[in-house]
Design a protein. Structure first.
Length: 319
């Protein structure tokens, strides 16, 4: 018996969240006495899967899967689950995998647990710990269905090195033409994606206008960080919608989240609660973000950020 991990990739590289899902699946497999099979779609660089515990790789190359259409991806996973008698499916916590989990759950009539943060405390009954209420609480839930679908919350389990020499099996899949068509993809512009970033530098309306975004970009660049923004900033067209984080935007689970000129409304905080360390820079000491932050600087962003940039540049020049 095998646990199936859907390992998402982009530009022929497996995402950090996919490697975390694989690390989780490998540890779960050891607990359940099962091996792990990675499902790779339209990728052929398997090095990172070999570094992180893959026992088998199912390699699918198919042009119809070039763009993520949930129905097509669910169809592929459904075919594999049936042909390989899979009972446990592990997904990462990406936006695409969340759609996939819900869709598969209906298709396979199985329970789907998202935001799982630990290995099951028990296998029989199968008890998983997950976050709920936008990370404000935990729940321990029993999965009773025969097929179980789990998505692993980003940065909860970590990526564990485990070198393997997996069998690679090429599979052809048949995909019926979809009634869904993707017209446009609005891609994040920064070099580091929000989902994969260890550090995120985010700006709000306090930055006054898009002409000042060079400060956010410069700071992000020096820190190797992704850039993000609050909802009004993307609504105003200062930044692309792909950078909007929060309840109605992207979730952030970085190790460090730096919020500049962002008030800290609950809808914004809902999306960044999983970040480990939160830093706020705001000129209003009463801004709600200070209550949620680990560190805060009360000050004008237009003075504080250039100073931070200067300090980081000086540090880099000294190294
Ligand atoms: C249903 C719903 C869903 C929503 N979803 C989201 C969401 O997903 N994400 C999201 O972000 N918002 C969301 N919102 C909007 C949210 O309620 C807030 O309005 C929004 O987060 C505020 O954005 P902001 O902090 O950038 O702007 P503002 O509230 O205008 O705050 C700007 C901040 O910048 C500070 N500031 C001003 N000048 C400076 C300066 N020179 N230096 C330093 N600081 C300065 C101010 O003190 C202030 O705290 C949602 C709202 C609703 C109703």
């Amino acid at each position: 018996m095998s646990i199936l991990i859907y390992t998402e990739s982009e530009n022929n590289e497996f995402k950090k969240s996919a490697l975390e899902a694989l690390s989780y699946g490998k540890a779960l497999g050891e607990k359940m006495g099962e091996n792990v099979t990675c499902l790779s779609i339209n990728s052929n660089n398997f090095n990172s899967l070999k570094q992180h515990g893959a026992d088998r790789i199912i390699d699918i190359q198919n042009q119809s899967l070039e763009k993520f259409i949930v129905k097509n991806y669910a169809e592929v996973i459904h075919q594999i689950v049936i042909s390989e008698s899979i009972k446990t499916i592990i997904l990462s916590s990406s936006a695409n995998s969340k759609y996939l989990g819900a869709y598969l759950s209906g298709k396979l009539e199985s329970a789907y647990m998202s935001n799982v943060i630990e290995l099951p405390s028990e296998i029989n009954p199968f008890l998983v710990k997950r976050t709920c209420y936008t990370n404000k609480a935990f729940s321990t839930t029993e999965i009773k269905s025969e097929i179980k679908i789990i998505s692993v919350s980003s940065n909860s389990f970590g990526i564990i090195e485990n070198v393997t020499d997996p069998d690679i099996k090429k599979i052809d899949v048949e995909i019926k033409s979809s009634d869904l068509k993707i017209k446009k993809i609005d891609k994040q512009t920064g070099a580091v994606t929000i989902a994969d970033a260890d550090i995120v530098v985010s700006g709000g309306r306090g930055l006054k206008g898009p002409e000042n975004w060079h400060l956010i970009e410069k700071l992000a660049n020096l820190l190797g960080a992704a850039t993000a923004c609050s909802k009004p900033v993307s609504d105003l067209g200062w930044r692309p919608h792909s950078e909007h984080v929060g309840q109605t935007g992207k979730p952030v689970a970085s190790n460090l989240y730096i919020a500049i000129g962002i008030s800290g409304a609950i809808q914004h905080l809902a999306g960044i609660n999983s970040s480990k360390v939160k830093v706020v820079i705001n000129n209003d000491p009463e801004a709600p973000f200070f209550k949620a932050a680990d560190y805060g600087i009360v000050g004008d962003a237009f003075e504080v950020v250039p100073e931070l940039i200067q300090k980081l540049e000086a540090r880099n020049n000294n190294n």
